[in-house]
Each structure stands twice: as C-alpha cells, then as structure tokens.
Write a protein of this length. Structure first.
Lengths: 296, 251
C-alpha cells in the first residue's frame, strides 16, 4: 500500500514510523517538517521548514490526493494531532489515533479508557490516516539521508511568535534508560530536588512527573508522563509518591521495571510495580542515594 | 462575541484498572459518570475568558439527556447556557457533525474550546475534525488564550516546551492541563443557580460515519506481581533493591 510518513525531522520519531510503515509497504515516502537532512531512504522525500499544522494542511491534502497515498502516518504528538484530524476530515478518510499495534495492513489497535481497554479497528477505506503512539514500536535502522524536494506552498494562517524549550538538564525523557518520577505525594516543588539528585547517580536518566505534580505547578508540563503527556519506555521507572491513575500508567505501559515508593500500601501504582517500598519517600530516597554513593 | 466549550460526560476515569469491566464493549454502566478530565480545564479557560473579556459562554455536549445533571457543574462553574445534542454515537465524524450543528445554531461562536482528549474513547480527534467541518483554525494542546484587537494569542504545550502563536478569525482549541486552568470548585449558590439556567436540547442526526469498523474491545492482561521490600532498615532496603535490579538485569 502506498504509504506516506509526515513527521518533524527528528531521528527517533521517524525511525518508529518507518517500522510501522513496513507493515504496509516496502519503502514509504516522507514529508519532513523542519530543517536538516531527512534520515533514511525513501521512495520520495518532500520537505518544508513550516511545522504549524494549519499552515501545512492545504499542501498536504494536495500531496496525499495527487500522490494516491493509501496510508498516511504521523506520530501521536503535538504536530501529528494538529494535522491528522483536519486531514482526515478534508479527505473523508479512515482515521485512527494513538495506534499501539498494527495487526495487519487493515487492522490496528488503540487504547480506550486511559489504557484500561484496547479497541481493535478495521480500516474500511483508503486513505487511512493513523497517528502512532510513541515508544510502542521499535526504531528502524535509518541509514544515510534522502534528498528532498520542496513541499507545495504553505499558508500563513497562524504565526509563530516565540518558541521556548524547557531545560531538561540531561537526557530527554523519551530516551532515558532510568526515570525518577514524582507525583502529588512529593508535596512541594523543592522536594523534586531529591529526585534530581537521585537521577545524577544513574547514567542516561531523567526526572519525570505525574499530571498531579504538573497541575500543582511543581514542574514544567513537558515533564508530564502519562497518556496525555510523554509516553516513555525506560528500563527502570521509579514512581515516587505517585498513586497510579490509569492515565499515568498508560504512559509507562512499556517500562520494563517499575519501582514504586509510596506510603499508601493500597496505592494503585503497586499493581503495576515489580518492586514496592511502602514508606515515606523522604526517608527512603536518601537511603537509596547513600547506597548508590557508597558503591561509587 | 461568543465562546463555546465542548464537554463530554464519561464514566469515572479514576476507576482502577483492576476494577474495570466492560459491558457491550464499553465501560460498565455501573460506574459513576462525570465531566471528562480535560473538559473541565477547557471550561475553566472559557470561564476565565468570559470574566476577562465579558464574553458569552455556552456549554455544548453530545450525549444522553441523563448527562444534563452532570453538565450542570459546567454551568455552575460559569457557563450561561447548556446545549445538549442528543445522540449515542461514538463515531468521531458523527459527534463532530452534531456539535457543528449546535455551534451553528448559536450563530455567532468565535472560539470553541475542548479538552485535549476525552476520558473514555481517548482519541483526541473530535475537536480537530469539528474545526475542519466548521472551517475554523485548529490548534491542539493549548494552555493559555489571550485576545487583542487583531485576534487570538495562544500558548501551546509541546513535547519540548511551548510555542506562542497568534491567529485572526475563528478557532477551535484543544486545552491541556496546567496549574493556571485547574478547574474551580463552583460556589454552592452557583450550583443552585445552575439548576435554573436554560438547557436547550437538540435532536441529534445520524450523520456520516467514519470508514472504520470496530472489531473488538478487550481488557489487556498485564501480569505484574509486586515484590514488597522490607522497610525495617531503609539502607538495607535500598541495597536489596539495587541487588535485585542488577540480578534481573534492569540496572
């Protein structure tokens, strides 16, 4: 099936979408959004520096129509969310968002009820437009780069006034091998410093947070992990003072090992954890920090 | 000028996974119903805009008449009126078409706000489809909205930080959760007043469904047995944890 990837030029996002594309075709085409080379080899590559969905829509509608694409893939990110729905409406396409499994070239699965259920859908028409949840598919090996031609003319319905990148101070959450994440149980913004100190003792680690901690204003929204935050897949996920709402668990479904630290032995997070410590984190985390330092 | 906020009544989204049951491929109807998680953030943003710019604010929902009792909370938070399009479809194209009908019936809606994602179907797509049907600009994951005489200025939360955008004309914005839009708790007098505010019921239409077919809905089986570590000596607990993480090759 003729497949088109539309994605920000970012290696990991594109590599995951290439893996998905191979369920539908041998070699997809791609529209790279942003600057830089488009990593990997494609039948055709198009590129534009524009990344705002509404501004891109007419050019993408024209490309999907003229190119006869049967499947269009986005990652389930801000950019994908801004484009996939309007594109599906304009093309009267079959449209499934947040896909977590591709069972065949006409059957896909996505979560419902905060990941407490999974729905399987049959795509009954072409084109089919899919947004793919991050971290559910392995990254394809992308070699080299494909020269691109310019995408058609973009509109200027929306103007970008400013762009702000949060300081992560280390590895991006999506790429972290170990994540130390805090919830409302952390109690204050200042207490996140303890989690930050713990991450410095691991390689490839980062601090995350639940929606509750973000709502309290203790951390930046870009640190939120969960169904509507970041989807992560670390080797170890330390859930500190996190109750374990299903929306949060949806974001860590692919974590290999969850270590939960919570005073409440009935907290739902323990149902997902491999190891549990029922204790005040303010007592346990310093002990863990000391144990790690003594090994150094 | 008129702002519409879309609100959906959903089954209790805080039901733990271990207690979750399906009935006819949907959440069992024994669960308490409530306004969706992010929809309340959208209502809060709508109320703040109403207060700041003296706008009109209407709450619009698609669902059953029994949802009205729950939607009154949105009115108590600051909505002036509730419009319910009655219908039972879960199809995003059908829902969007019915919401479009309600918005057009109001006649002068300039800004439509919606939670970034419903707490039942998890799709986060109806608002974007609706925007296209209305011919409005769509921006997802918005945390802040300001108005000036040239149009709207909004902040979008992205994966790495935020973006500030401006646009003129009419728009549909999906609202995400930030501390500034945590929903207010309605005052008791507003809760009573909400019971007297008008509710307009519009019969829904069948609409054109999306070209997909739901094959099955199932509850995933997650096998996780938590090993609780002794906390008699926390330093030893920490050392034991690190040893076990290494033995199982996570560390």
């Amino acid at each position: 099936m003729k497949t088109l990837i539309i994605e920000i030029i970012e290696f990991n996002r594109i590599a995951e979408l290439v893996t998905v594309s191979r369920k539908f075709c041998d070699q997809p085409d791609i529209v790279g959004l942003g600057r830089g080379e488009i990593p990997g080899t494609y039948g055709k590559a198009y590129q534009t520096e524009e990344t705002i969905g509404a501004n891109l829509l007419p050019a993408l509608v024209e490309l999907v129509k003229s190119g006869g694409y049967e499947v269009v893939l986005f990652s389930a990110t801000t950019t994908g969310s801004s484009l996939a729905g309007p594109l599906a409406a304009r093309l009267q396409a079959a449209f499934i968002s947040e896909v977590i499994a591709v069972d065949s070239d006409t059957e896909v699965s996505c979560p419902m009820y905060g990941g407490k259920a999974v729905a399987k859908y049959k795509l009954s028409a072409k084109p089919a437009i899919l947004t793919i949840r991050r971290k559910y598919f392995e990254k394809a090996e992308l070699e080299g780069a494909t020269p691109s031609e310019a995408l058609g003319e973009v509109q200027k319905l929306i103007s970008l006034l400013a762009e702000h990148e949060d300081e992560t101070g280390g590895v991006p959450l999506e790429d972290a091998d170990i994540i130390v994440s805090g919830g409302r149980g952390i109690g204050t913004k200042a207490n996140f410093a303890m989690l930050q100190e713990l991450t410095t003792l691991f390689n490839e680690s980062a601090v995350g947070a639940s929606r509750g901690a973000v709502d309290e204003g203790w951390v930046q929204p870009s640190m939120q992990i969960g169904q509507t935050g970041k989807i992560v897949a670390p080797s170890i996920y330390f859930a500190i003072g996190i109750s374990g709402a299903s929306q949060h668990l949806a974001g860590i479904a692919n974590a290999k090992c969850v270590v939960a630290v919570n005073k409440d032995e009935d907290a739902n997070i323990f149902s997902r954890a491999r190891f549990g410590v029922v204790e005040d984190y303010k007592k346990f985390i310093p002990a863990l920090i000391n144990a790690l330092k003594s090994e150094a | 000028m008129h702002i519409a906020v879309l609100a959906k009544v959903v089954p209790d989204y805080e039901v733990p996974a271990v207690d979750f049951e399906l009935s006819n491929n949907r959440a069992h109807d024994r669960y308490t119903r409530m306004i969706g998680l992010y929809d309340e953030n959208a209502i809060e943003v709508g109320v703040q805009l109403k207060e700041k710019y003296s706008e009109s604010l209407t709450i619009i929902s698609y669902g059953n008449e029994s949802d009205i009792q729950f939607l009154r909370k949105a009115v108590a938070m600051g909505g002036e009126k509730l419009v319910l399009v009655t219908g039972k479809s879960d199809d995003p194209f059908v829902i969007a078409a019915n919401l479009k009908m309600a918005i057009e019936s109001l006649g002068n809606v300039d800004l439509v706000l919606a939670g970034q994602q419903s707490a039942d179907m998890d799709r986060g797509v109806v608002h974007s489809i609706l925007a296209e049907m209305l011919g409005y600009i769509f921006i997802p994951q918005v945390s802040r909205v300001e108005k000036d005489n040239r149009g709207w200025q909004v902040t979008q939360i992205t994966e790495t930080g935020s973006c500030e955008f401006k646009f003129a004309g009419k728009g549909v914005l999906s609202i995400t959760s930030v501390p500034e839009n945590v929903p207010r708790i309605p005052a008791v007098r507003n809760i009573f007043a909400a019971k007297k505010k008008p509710v307009e019921k519009i019969p829904g239409s069948a609409g054109s469904k999306m070209k997909t077919e739901e094959i099955s809905v199932s509850i995933p089986h997650v096998e996780s047995v938590c090993e609780f570590l002794s906390v008699d000596d926390l330093y030893e607990t920490a050392r034991t944890l690190l040893t076990k993480l290494r033995e199982e090759r996570y560390l």
